[in-house]
Design a protein around this ligand. Structure first.
Ligand code: GTR
Length: 357
């Protein structure tokens, strides 16, 4: 594994720009904001400022959801930003047994429950609360920055080189859902995960890197500019992703198309920002566009930051894991399953097992 990593020529997030080595957890925590700034400046853009005020409007309540095992609330989060108001809907389901529950924020492709990516009954049966929102209810998945919440920040639709891309905006919205969950007394505030699949897996990683209130991050098949290393990556590359989805990133990121070696970091720096909290990366064997090997190696590389906290990071063997393998012992969890790009029941069950440990 070390040979494979050496071949990628990765910048070390534990070395400061002045060459000083970070060798303990305190120095790492002090340097975190510099690493965050670097990722924002060159790749995702700076996240907009937090709302001045957040209110919750309940649209409907079903006290008898799933044979009365759970409560299902449809709500709107009403955010005040510089004197204007923006709101978006959230679906919230919580088991009905008077206990405090671990919770998951799912950034989803669609609203409403259940959904093919959101098996709400099984999630409750495993003892979790879940709050999910549709990413396009926050802002559209295209280059138009004048709609949804983006209208507040980019009235003429123009962005500076380091301004938020859409991934940063969706991550910002996940942080607002975290604000909501922290107001729910049936939620355990120390066990709240952020999760997403594919482009929304990239988003979940950014949300957890930026917001330490998330105790767990789960990126499913997140690939390029998500969990996967950019240097030496197979499948989707920075050149391709910045051509097809330039709006996901800040304008500065286009510089690195075909020049990943010039980036002052690689994706394991994003993962390292989640240390010492729990990180979970899931790959699929046939998802070669995302490149499972680059997702796995990135977890191995990010483990250095966990070791500063005397944590193992990813506990793995000498070979690349084969499909059907789950590595659940460390503070970084990982699995690879058979099949293609998808957020499956298998993925949910493995993640919930990991988060229940
Ligand atoms: C693909 C994209 C990937 C991934 C995926 C998705 O087309 O190239 O980076 O994010 O979309 O979100 O479904």
């Amino acid at each position: 594994m070390n040979d494979q990593l050496a071949g990628r020529n990765l910048p070390n997030p534990l070395v400061k720009p002045n060459g000083e080595m970070i060798s303990d957890s305190l120095a790492w925590l002090e340097n975190r904001s510099a690493v965050k700034d670097m990722l924002c400046e060159h790749e995702y853009g700076h996240l907009p400022q937090r709302p001045d005020h957040l209110a919750v409007e309940v649209i409907s309540t079903d006290e008898d959801y799933c044979a009365s095992k759970a409560v299902y609330k449809k709500i709107r989060l009403v955010l005040t930003l510089n004197q204007s108001v923006f709101s978006f809907p959230v679906d919230y389901v919580v088991p009905k047994n008077g206990r405090k529950h671990k919770a998951i924020v799912l950034i989803n492709f669609r609203g409403g429950i259940p959904d093919k990516y959101l098996p709400s009954e099984e999630i409750c049966d495993n003892g979790f609360a879940v709050a999910s929102f549709c990413y396009e209810d926050v802002t559209s998945d295209d280059g138009d920055f004048t709609n949804g919440v983006c209208r507040q920040w980019f009235p003429d639709g123009k962005r500076r080189g380091d301004a938020a891309g859409k991934i940063a905006v969706w991550a910002w919205a996940a942080m607002c859902v975290m604000d909501f969950l922290l107001m729910q007394e049936e939620v355990d505030p120390l066990n709240i995960a952020v999760a997403g699949h594919s482009r929304l897996g990239k988003t979940a990683l950014l949300a957890a890197a930026m917001d330490e209130r998330f105790s767990h991050a789960w990126a499913n098949n997140s690939g390029c500019c998500g969990a996967a290393l950019s240097r030496g990556k197979a499948g989707e590359t920075i050149e391709r992703i910045t051509k097809v989805f330039p709006h996901w990133f800040c304008p500065n990121f286009a510089r690195y198309a075909c020049h990943e070696q010039d980036l002052p970091f690689d994706q394991h720096a994003l993962l390292a920002l989640i240390a010492p909290r729990h990180l979970y990366v899931a790959s699929a064997e046939e998802d070669l566009w995302a490149d499972p090997a680059s997702e796995f190696l990135s977890c191995v590389a990010a483990s250095d930051a966990y070791r500063l906290f005397n944590l193992a990071g990813l506990k793995h063997g000498d070979a690349f894991p084969i499909p059907g393998t789950s590595l659940h012992e460390g503070s970084i969890g990982y699995h690879i399953r058979n099949g293609s790009h998808y957020l499956s029941r298998y993925d949910w069950h493995e993640f919930m097992k990991y988060m229940s440990r």
